[in-house]
Write a protein that binds this ligand. Structure first.
Ligand code: ATP
Length: 228
């Protein structure tokens, strides 16, 4: 296999937390990535299929990602989805980043919960043909089979390994691999909930963004549709 060097890690990062950073670091190490590019989403286009609308403005989410990764040269952030008009389609992001990088397909890093919804994304077949996918376990999931998570309509496009932890695209040779990591049971929604309740989020948020997130006061307001 030719070595893929760059990782792309998309997310709402609302706000960025230790689980995100651990995922990026585990993927960097497991796939020998030169760097992992964090790509904050503007407005998730698949919100009608269950994704959330961001609470914090894009500029703040971006600034927090920059602050959280400032001490790690292997991580960087690309604001391209915030600079584009309209919805943030992953296929456009992968294509833009591929033209800037070398010929190697990037490794798109994604939690298993998000990967399970990929069939509802814009042009999922092209997404899976345009990048490798590192599917990272997320609590409560510790292990699993890609046979269960590959979109039904696209399963035939892939040849599964006997242990069902990796799959190779029959036409493009892009692969999907399961990456089992020690789970960190942390989520942005849990952090937002704790902040609303006035509880501590220390050690759940990266140290560098603890004060900026608290000072913003963003998450102290009730979520839309929630009574104060
Ligand atoms: P929310 O709770 O608001 O839905 P989130 O914590 O899932 O947010 P996102 O920014 O939506 O954070 O996630 C970006 C990516 O990171 C997704 O692929 C998601 O599966 C993955 N991810 C987030 N937290 C973890 C975690 N603790 N372990 C593994 N993967 C994670």
């Amino acid at each position: 296999m030719t070595r893929a060097r760059v990782g792309i890690f998309g997310g709402t990062f609302d706000p960025i937390h230790q689980g995100h950073l651990r995922v990026a670091e585990e993927a960097r190490e497991a796939f020998d990535l030169e760097r992992v590019i964090l790509v904050p989403a503007a407005l998730p286009p698949h919100k009608e299929s269950g994704a959330r609308i961001p609470r914090a403005p894009a500029a703040l989410r971006l600034a927090w990602v920059e602050q959280a990764i400032a001490d790690n040269p292997a991580l960087c952030v690309d604001p391209l989805e915030l600079q584009r008009e309209g919805p943030s389609y992953t296929i456009d992001t992968i294509r833009s980043l591929r033209t800037r990088g070398g010929p190697e397909p990037p490794v798109f890093v994604i939690g298993c919960d998000a990967f399970a919804l990929l069939g509802s994304w814009h042009r999922p077949a092209e997404v899976l043909a345009s990048a490798h996918f590192a599917v990272v376990t997320r609590p409560p999931t510790r292990a699993g089979s890609l046979a269960n998570w590959l979109p039904d309509a696209l399963r035939e496009d892939f040849e599964l390994s006997p242990d069902e932890r990796s799959a190779t695209h029959r036409q493009t040779s892009t692969w999907v691999r399961l990456l089992e990591i020690p789970g960190l049971e942390v989520s942005s929604s849990e952090i937002r909930r704790r902040l609303r309740e006035g509880r501590s989020v220390r050690y759940l948020l990266p140290e560098a963004v603890l004060a900026p997130v608290l000072e913003s006061g963003i998450y102290q307001q009730p979520e839309p549709g929630e009574s104060a």
